[in-house]
Design a protein around this ligand. Structure first.
Ligand SMILES: O=c1[nH]c(=O)c2[nH]c(=O)[nH]c2[nH]1
Length: 301
């Protein structure tokens, strides 16, 4: 049965590019998911396997990261236009380029004023609660998930154990990012007159967590976790226990040396935001003398 090739396109999808710009102590962030789809004279690669017209998808990925460094990211549209023009005008067989961009919006964490290098992702987190009553005693465990935060600096990781399998380079200025999942247990159990103000309490827990994240100079995500928990328990008398599950959302500096581009943290850099695997840092912070009752696995709550 004779067949012919119909519409076809190819390219690297979902390049997670994060560009930090440093304006003195004030940092700016652009966080994009960029997908490239190219089409043109691509019959031969499909019919005979000749790659003579094929610009590798790997190259399209490198171009995205290199352009972010070389030209910056003014807007998703400007970045898309620049890339599309490049592919179509630089490669004769490529007749059409479609660049799709998703942009994730970040806002500055409020500390005393707006933080210079600490951000929370726009869009609401999910608020959670679990109430249990046995006719006598109440247990209220509340929480949140998908509260995504990022520090563009004030994070290091070094001095760790090194064995035969350790390849990780020590980091003295890295991005620290996580999506906070937390559960906290109220010590209110019986007296309905002295119930906490749940709405106020929620806002305060969130504020203390965000401020602790922003203000901790972090030597590990574990240290940041403890600071966030301690801040909540110390400030809010109604909470005895808080547990966190914090994925370490790795941002890797992209090696742009092959394209003659210096990509240094110190003057604002381009990062590859990896989605998996990720470090997963979990732990409970307790008021001294209180019992731990929040389950280890937060998915069970
Ligand atoms: O903050 C961190 N804690 C770790 O335990 C760890 N492990 C790792 O590879 N990177 C990091 N970062």
């Amino acid at each position: 049965m004779p067949t012919i090739l119909g519409q076809n396109q190819y390219g690297k999808a979902e390049n997670r590019v994060v560009k930090i710009t440093r304006d003195g102590a004030t940092h700016h962030i652009k966080d994009l998911n960029v997908s490239v789809a190219l089409s043109g004279d691509m019959e031969e690669v499909h019919y005979s396997g000749s790659n003579a017209n094929v610009l590798p998808t790997d190259t399209t990925k490198n171009t995205v990261f290199a352009f972010a460094k070389e030209h910056g990211i003014e807007s998703a549209e400007q970045f898309g236009i620049h890339l599309a023009r490049h592919f179509v005008t630089s490669q004769e067989p490529i007749r059409r380029a479609r660049i799709r961009v998703e942009e994730y919006a970040w806002e500055r964490i409020e500390v005393s004023g707006e933080a210079e290098h600490s951000f929370v992702r726009k869009g609401q987190e999910t608020r959670l609660t679990q109430v249990t009553y046995d006719g006598d005693t109440w247990e209220v465990v509340s929480g949140l998930k998908d509260l995504t935060v990022l520090n563009t600096t004030d994070s290091e990781f070094w001095g760790y154990v090194k064995d035969t399998y350790t390849t990780l380079k020590e980091a003295y200025d890295r991005i620290l990012a996580t999506s906070v999942s937390a559960r906290w247990r109220f010590n209110w159990t019986t007296d309905e007159q002295s119930m906490p103000d749940w709405e106020t309490s929620y806002e305060q827990v969130k504020r203390h967590m965000l401020q602790a994240f922003a203000e901790t100079y972090s030597l590990s995500l574990q240290q940041t976790l403890y600071q966030m928990g301690a801040r909540v328990v110390e400030h809010l008398g109604e909470i005895d226990e808080i547990r966190f599950s914090l994925p370490n959302s790795h941002h890797f500096l992209v090696d742009l040396e092959p394209f003659g581009l210096k990509n240094d943290t110190a003057d604002g850099a381009v990062y590859f935001a990896a989605d998996r695997p990720y470090g997963l840092i979990e732990g409970t912070v307790l008021r001294d003398g209180c019992e731990a009752r929040i389950p280890v696995d937060l998915t069970n709550l």
